[in-house]
Design a protein around this ligand. Structure first.
Ligand code: MSP
Length: 527
């Protein structure tokens, strides 16, 4: 067991159950899962929350079109979402649905607190509304007359509504960014939000009465809460807040809300304003990630049919496995930036990094120990500069990985781990154990080489746990250390494997014939 480091509360956005989730949604959840697993490994008591955002006009319209009730409609999609996360072994601790009574009651309490503060008042709303994004926009925010987020046409809407005095909190939020710049990362997003606020914040329309699929407004049930007020509350309601209770007191405020860049605005302006109004402490951080793009545009279900690339995570997992897909998503993209998704880039990553670099290193090492030492991990009794270099890289990696992870730089964290793998592969080429094995007088040197390789792999097997825990287990099995607890602290020391016996297992990642795979993927119907 690692030393207890405190609590760590991390969240994904709650997904709209309006269509099957695609690789873009998976990206966000995979990052959150990796961070949750990393923090657990470090000794934190982690609370990882995900869920679904089930109210709103769009869902109601879709349900009507499908001839079912909104609840039936979302229930079916949520089953699929939960199944996807189970397939991907996502380690969430709770899954909140905004249609659950535990959420609805508590969201009403948050509303009531804002109302009691005098921050919610009744008025009439006139504006341009995007049904798809459930957002009102001003004329100047439109892009070519359409919604700036999704590009769909907006419609003029007018209704009696409640308003939240968002404008009252503009200065307080700017002050928050000044005093706690870490509240919103990366910096580019903070600058965007700052100028958004500086252009002037209007009060926010926070209720609707033209449809009823939502959380009823306390004491005025012909209104339902604006879906974003309802949805954002989930981060508090899932813990049992806003009233004091064990879980809420333990984990709130959240350490980080991980969100896509188009919803940073809601999380870094509306959410802190709601919390300030309701006298609830603010989350420590909001982190905005970029989008996966397909043909230059955000991956989305509607565009999928047009492209040839497969974006359905289930299809990709079926063919390549969970760990290969997770590795690709975490290694390929730079947090905060957009990145292109293509099947070809994915397959190359899987082949080069996983099959060639990692898979080969393990199978070569295990085979050599079996062949030259009957499977028993030997003792190291010699040391030269090349050995020292390998040892320094392997034992120095954890601190670097930790640094990168704390900055959500998953790709650079993985790169630090791959530095060990690359060094170890080069080490084999330099040391040429097959040549040492031919010379009886070089036995001690050969032993050292074999020992150093397994120790480097042992360290890799711990460092990859947050990203690929199944691969870690498979490696540790072949290395003969599956019953030894994988502890982060053991990555700083080198010689830990005395007495272990390795044994050959299945290859970790099969080599893919990229051309063939691309053809097979393109042949799969996408619509
Ligand atoms: N329901 C709201 C969130 C409410 S949180 C209080 C919502 N749902 S969503 O299903 O549309 O999107 C959920 C998350 O998926 C967002 O963070 C969004 O950025 C992310 N992604 C959806 N498509 C994506 C890509 N193509 N690439 C990366 N992330 C993407 O917004």
């Amino acid at each position: 067991m690692a030393d207890y480091k405190g609590t760590y509360y991390i969240t994904t956005p709650i997904y709209y159950p309006s269509a099957k989730l695609h690789i873009g949604h998976t990206y966000c959840t995979v990052m959150t899962d990796a961070m949750a697993r990393f923090k657990r490994l470090q000794g934190y008591d982690v609370m990882f929350l995900t869920g679904t955002d089930e109210h709103g006009q769009k869902i109601q319209s879709k349900a009507i079109a499908a001839g079912v009730s909104p609840q039936e409609y979302v229930d079916e999609i949520v089953v699929g979402i939960k199944k996807l996360w189970a397939t991907m072994e996502i380690s969430y601790d709770d899954f909140i649905r905004t249609t659950e009574p535990r959420h609805m009651e508590r969201a009403q309490k948050i509303w009531q607190r804002m109302y009691d503060k005098g921050d919610i008042y009744k008025g009439a709303y006139e504006g341009l509304y995007c049904k798809e994004c459930e957002s009102f926009w001003t004329e100047s925010q439109l892009v070519n007359g359409c919604c700036p987020d999704c590009g769909r046409p907006v419609e003029r809407a007018s209704e009696e509504a409640y308003f939240f005095k968002l404008s009252k909190y503009a200065d307080k939020i700017l002050k928050l960014y000044d005093e706690h710049p870490e509240f919103l990362e990366p910096e580019t997003r903070r600058n965007e939000m700052r100028s958004f606020i500086e252009q002037g914040l209007d009060d926010l329309c926070v209720s609707r009465c033209t449809f009823d699929w939502g959380v009823p407004v306390p004491n005025d049930p012909k209104h339902v809460m604006y879906v974003w007020i309802d949805a954002l509350s989930n981060y508090v309601t899932a813990l049992g807040g806003p009233d004091s209770c064990e879980k809420y007191d333990k984990y709130w405020p959240a350490d980080v809300h991980l969100v896509g860049k188009e919803i940073v605005r809601f999380h870094s302006i509306i959410w802190p304003a709601m919390l300030m109004s309701a006298d609830i402490p603010l989350p420590k951080q909001v982190r905005g990630h970029g989008w996966l793009l397909l043909g230059g545009e955000k991956v989305s279900k509607s565009k999928a049919a047009k492209g040839q690339d497969v974006i359905d995570p289930v299809v990709l997992i079926d063919r390549y496995g969970i760990d290969a897909l997770k590795y690709f998503l975490l290694r390929e993209y730079t947090f905060g930036q957009d990145g292109s998704f293509t099947n070809e880039v994915m397959l190359k990553r899987m082949n080069f990094d996983l099959a060639n670099d990692l898979g080969n290193l393990l199978s070569r090492t295990v085979s050599m120990i079996v062949k030259y030492n009957g499977g028993k991990v030997p003792e190291a009794t010699t040391e030269d500069d090349i050995d020292r270099d390998l040892i320094a890289i392997a034992t120095g990696a954890a601190a670097k990985v930790e640094d990168k992870m704390n900055d959500f730089q998953f790709n650079y964290a993985l790169d630090e781990i791959w530095a060990i793998i690359r060094r170890a592969n080069k080490y084999i080429d330099e040391k040429m154990p097959w040549a040492l094995a031919k010379d009886e007088s070089k036995k001690a040197e050969l032993d050292t080489v074999l020992r150093n390789l397994v120790e480097a792999l042992r360290i890799v097997s711990i460092l990859i746990i947050p990203f690929m825990h199944t691969t870690s287990d498979r490696m540790r099995d072949q290395l003969g250390i599956s019953d030894v607890e994988a502890l982060w602290a053991d990555t700083f020391d080198f010689y830990k494997m005395s007495g272990a016996v390795v044994h050959k297992g299945d290859i970790l990642f099969p080599r893919l014939d990229i051309e063939k795979e691309l053809e097979a993927l393109w042949a799969i119907p996408k619509a």
